[in-house]
Design a protein around this ligand. Sequence first.
Ligand code: CP
Length: 306
Amino acid sequence: MKRLISVSELTKDEVEAILERAAYRLEHPVGQSLAQTVVANLFFEPSTRTRFSFEMAVKRLGGETLNFQPATSSLEKGESLEDTVRTLEAMGVDAMVIRHAENGIMRRLSEVVQVPLINAGEGTSEHPTQCLLDLLTIQRAFGRLNGIQVALIGDVLHSRVAGSHLNLLPQLGMEIMLAGPSAWMPEKLPAGVRLVSMERALQADVVMMLRVQKERMSEAELPDYSAYREAYGLTVERASRLKPHAIIMHPSPVNRGVEIDGEVVDHPQSRIFEQVRNGVAVRMAVLEFVIKRGLSTNVCHEAAGV
Ligand code: CP
């Protein structure tokens, strides 16, 4: 594994190895495996969780970060993004973590540099590390992934998180169902993915609410938020009817009172802040795999400073 642009590039073994390493990192959150390495964060869209968890991950493992600021960079003088990443590569950064609004940009950039690129959220297409941290959260809740039913509810169309989930989860033997307004459902469903009613979705093992992505809609496309909550929101009443073993997830940030009630964020079955915690560990694991090209998960290697 020398980059992470799409989850479709990962083998099942690689997914398992990343999750195993991330679980190890939850127990051993400090190390030196990235000592002497520099990771550049290039975020062209807002972020709290992804950006800072990558920064935490690098620093916890002894590396350093560069935070690229588009507004004060030479992009403002007309330099292309391709020349920008080539410039950072020439300086010797060890990896670049990139978030951008344009679908396909990661692949384009990966054609002009050799340095590992990590997709930190690309347009409406993919968010691979969010997908992996969600998998870690599910695995820790159920002890397995195979056979788990996951309901993705809401704005599937604009969700890059859903994009990665639709690509990867069926390959791991997980069952995906989608519920939400028909205008926000994909035109083509991947094999094994089905559309279900909201009531059926609430019977899943994992009830994953998706943010209404206001910033990707025109005025005319924006829903009436109150009507949306009535039809598809995870209200306190709906949360009270989930299966006792079910977990509530949301990639965040949440629109409280729209796709999920504020009280449900802190529901006993909610794993929303656990997802954030798991995100740091997953990003540690991904950085270790991408920069160090795979590591043993055993403690001996850590003790030996690998
Ligand atoms: N889930 C997620 O990507 O959050 P941020 O936009 O805060 O990074």
